[in-house]
Ligand binder design. Structure first.
Ligand code: F6R
Length: 618
C-alpha cells in the first residue's frame, strides 16, 4: 500500500522525509517522491523504483540549485511511496501531485472513487492534468476552493470526494503548515519539540517522536511546528488526547502486529475496499471500464477458462461458481501446471483468465501464453502493475490488495474473490441474465463487504483462538464443504498445511462416502464449511456422517443457523450476507485458525519452510 509522510518544523526535512519513507518500505511500493517548500519555492522530485532512485534524483538537483538541496534547507515537506492502482508506474504518476500553478502539493493514499466525474468537470473549468492518477484531482480541487485558507480548502475538497483515502496537502502561500484529511485510510500525527509529522503509519516518524495523535474518520487536521489542530467536516474544533507509542521497531514494521501474516489478515477490509472501490457505482451497477474488454465482447463469450495456482486457484473457483450462477457462461477451471501440459482445447471463442497475485508465477504465465497463442483472449487478474502477466495478456483486472509480504496469501484471496465477483456481475449485467435490481443488490452487498470483513474479524478472533488451543496438537485435519463452501475448505486446508506443517485434506463433502470417510475416527477434527447455500441441508447430513464416526466437528456457519450448531461440537458464526458472497467471510476464521495453530506450535508463519513468495521456476 502507499505511504505518506509530512514534516513541518525547524530541521532540514528532506532527509527526514526520505528516512520516514524508508520505514514504510515494508508496505511495498513501485515509485516514490517528495515535495519540499523553501521560502516561496516548491520543488518536487519523483522517481520510479526504490528509494535509492529517489535519493539519486534529489542529488542530481545539486548543480541546478534545486530547493531539495538548497541552503538553507527546506523545513516543510511531504513525501510518498506509491503502489500503483490508477495509472501506470511512471514518474508522472508518482506523488506528490500539484495543482496548475505548482504551488499546491498533495500526497494521497487510497482511491478517489468519483474521479471519473470530477476530472472532466475540472478540465472544463480550465485545469490541466499532468498524470493519469485519481489523486491529482485533489490538488486541483484544493486550487479551486483555495481562498487564502488551506484548511478550509482541504475541508471543501474532502466534501467533494467519494471513496476511501487519506491525503496531506501543502501550499507555498502558507509555509509552516500541512493539512490532512482522511476517510477510511489511516492518518496519524507525530508531535515533537517545535516540529510535527503527519503520516499514514507510525513507523514513519517513530525514530523522531513517540507522541502521537490519531485523526479519526472524516476529520481535517492542520499541523504546524507548535502542534496539531483537528476539526470536523463543519470546522468545529475537536479535542484529542495524545498517546505514547510503546512498540519496538520490529512491531512497528508490522503495524503493531506480531507477524506480517496477522497484519495482512487485518488489512483485508482495506484490500477489498480497494478492489471494489470505484467499480461499484452509486446506482448499484458494475463499472469495469479500467478493464480493456469491450461490452460487446463480454456479451458474446461462449466459454471462460480460469487458470491459476494455489490460493489464486481457489479464488478462481469462487469465480467459477459466481460467473456460472449469475452470467450463465460455462466456466472451466484448471490448475495452471496441469493445463499447460495437457494440450487443452482452446481457441478464439474463449476468454482465458489467469489469476495470479504476483503476476510472475511461471506455470500461470505459461498457461496464459499457450491460450493466447491458440487465439483465445487472455485476461490477467493480478495485484502487481507492470508484472509479466500484465504484459502477456489482452486486458488486466487489478486486485489492488497492496503488497503481500507474508508467504501465505490472505488478503490476496479475498481481493481476488471480490474481483471475480465483480467480473461475474458485470457479465450478468451486460447479458441481462440477472435483473438490474438483483445486480444492484449484490453490488451493494459487495460494496459493504469491507465492513462485514472487519466485523467478522473482530467477532471471530477470540473464539477461533480458543478452538485452536483445543486442537493444535492434532496430527491431521479433514476439511469438508460443498458448492461455494468447497473453495473455502481447499483454501483453509492449504493455509493450515503450509504454515503449520500438519497434514490436511480437503474434500467436496459429497465425495466423503467414496473413500475419505475411512479417515474419520475420534481423533480427527473435521472442519466443515456450512454457510448458507442451496446445499446447506446436504452439508448438514455430511456433518452427521462425521459425528456418527466420532469425529470432532468444527463448523463455520452463517449467523442464525442454529441447526448447524446443534450437530457440531464447535461453531463459528459469520455475519449473514447474500449466500453466494459468503466465501469472503467464511475464509476469515479459517485463516485465523491456521494462524493460531502455527503460532501455538511456535512456527514462523511469515516464512514457512520450503516455500518462496513467488514461484518463477518451472
Ligand atoms: C499460498 C500461496 C500460494 C500462491 C501461489 C500462486 O498461501 O501464497 O499458493 O497462491 O503460489 O501465486 P500467485 O498468485 O502469485 O500466482
Amino acid at each position: 500500500m502507499c505511504g505518506i509522510v509530512g514534516y513541518v518544523g525547524r530541521r532540514p526535512c528532506r532527509d527526514l522525509l526520505v528516512a520516514g519513507l524508508e520505514k514504510l518500505e515494508y508496505r511495498g511500493y513501485d515509485s516514490a517522491g517528495i515535495a519540499v517548500l523553501e521560502g516561496d519555492r516548491v520543488e518536487t522530485v519523483r522517481a520510479v523504483g526504490n528509494l535509492a532512485n529517489l535519493r539519486s534524483a534529489v542529488e542530481e538537483r545539486v548543480g541546478e540549485g534545486g530547493v531539495a538541496v538548497a541552503d538553507p534547507p527546506a523545513t516543510t515537506g511531504i513525501a510518498h511511496t506509491r503502489w500503483a492502482t490508477h495509472g501506470r508506474v511512471t514518474e508522472e504518476n508518482a506523488h506528490p501531485h500539484s495543482d496548475c500553478s505548482g504551488r499546491i502539493q498533495i500526497a494521497l493514499n487510497g482511491i478517489v472513487e468519483n474521479h471519473h466525474d470530477l476530472r472532466p468537470r475540472l478540465e472544463a473549468e480550465g485545469h490541466t492534468f499532468s498524470s493519469e492518477t485519481d489523486a491529482e484531482i485533489v490538488a486541483h480541487l484544493i486550487e479551486l476552493h483555495y481562498d487564502g485558507d488551506l484548511t478550509a480548502a482541504v475541508r471543501a475538497t474532502a466534501a467533494d470526494l467519494r471513496g476511501h483515502y487519506a491525503f496531506v496537502a501543502m501550499h507555498a502561500d502558507e509555509p509552516e503548515l500541512l493539512v490532512g484529511a482522511r476517510k477510511e485510510c489511516p492518518l496519524i500525527v507525530g508531535l515533537g519539540d517545535d516540529e510535527s509529522f503527519l503520516a499514514s503509519a507510525i513507523p514513519a516518524f517513530m525514530a523522531e517522536t513517540r507522541r502521537t495523535m490519531f485523526v479519526e474518520e472524516g476529520e481535517i487536521v492542520t499541523i504546524d511546528p507548535s502542534g496539531a489542530t483537528i476539526t470536523d467536516g463543519d470546522g468545529t474544533p475537536i479535542e484529542r488526547d495524545t498517546e505514547e507509542v510503546t512498540w519496538n521497531e520490529d512491531a512497528a514494521e508490522k503495524g503493531g502486529y506480531d507477524t506480517f501474516m496477522l497484519k495482512e489478515i487485518h488489512e483485508q477490509p482495506e484490500a477489498v475496499a480497494e478492489t471494489v472501490g470505484d467499480r461499484v457505482t452509486p446506482e448499484g451497477t458494475i463499472d469495469l471500464s479500467d478493464v480493456e474488454l469491450s461490452d460487446e465482447y463480454l456479451c458474446e463469450i461462449s466459454r471462460i477458462v480460469i487458470v491459476a495456482c494455489g490460493t489464486s486457484y481457489h479464488a478462481g473457483l469462487i469465480g467459477r461458481y459466481a460467473i456460472e450462477e449469475w452470467a450463465r457462461v460455462p466456466v472451466e477451471m484448471d490448475v495452471a501446471s496441469e493445463y499447460r501440459y495437457r494440450n487443452p482445447v482452446v481457441g478464439p471463442s474463449d476468454l482465458v483468465i489467469g489469476v495470479s497475485q504476483s503476476g510472475e508465477t511461471a506455470d500461470t504465465l505459461a498457461a496464459m501464453r499457450l491460450a493466447r497463442e491458440a487465439g483465445a483472449k487472455v485476461l490477467a487478474v493480478t495485484n502487481v502493475m507492470g508484472s509479466q502477466a500484465t504484459r502477456d495478456s489482452d486486458a488486466v483486472l487489478y486486485t489492488r490488495a497492496g503488497p503481500e509480504i507474508s508467504v501465505a496469501s490472505t488478503k490476496t484471496f479475498v481481493s481476488q474473490a471480490a474481483a471475480m465477483y465483480l467480473l461475474g456481475l458485470r457479465i450478468a449485467q451486460l447479458r441481462e441474465t440477472l435483473s438490474a435490481e438483483r445486480v444492484a443488490e449484490l453490488a451493494n452487498e459487495l460494496r459493504g463487504m469491507p465492513d462485514r470483513i472487519a466485523e467478522t474479524l473482530a467477532r471471530v478472533e477470540e473464539p477461533v483462538a480458543e478452538i485452536a488451543k483445543r486442537h493444535y496438537k492434532q496430527g491431521f485435519f479433514l476439511y469438508l464443504g460443498r458448492h461455494i463452501g468447497l473453495p473455502i475448505c481447499l483454501e483453509g486446508a492449504l493455509k493450515l498445511k503450509e504454515i503449520s506443517y500438519i497434514p490436511t485434506d480437503a474434500y467436496a463433502a459429497g465425495e466423503m462416502k467414496h473413500g475419505p470417510i475411512a479417515l474419520l475416527d475420534e481423533s480427527t477434527p473435521a472442519i466443515c464449511v456450512a454457510t448458507d447455500s442451496p446445499v446447506l441441508d446436504k452439508v448438514l447430513s455430511n456433518i452427521e456422517e462425521c459425528r456418527v464416526r466420532g469425529a470432532d466437528v468444527v463448523a463455520v456457519a452463517t449467523e442464525g443457523n442454529e441447526a448447524v450448531a446443534k450437530v457440531s461440537e464447535e461453531t463459528i458464526f459469520i455475519p449473514r450476507t447474500d449466500w453466494i458472497l459468503q466465501p469472503i467471510l467464511a475464509i476469515l476464521p479459517l485463516q485465523l485458525f491456521a494462524y493460531c495453530i502455527a503460532r501455538l506450535n511456535d512456527l514462523n508463519v511469515d516464512q514457512p519452510r520450503n516455500l518462496a513468495k513467488t514461484v518463477t521456476v518451472e
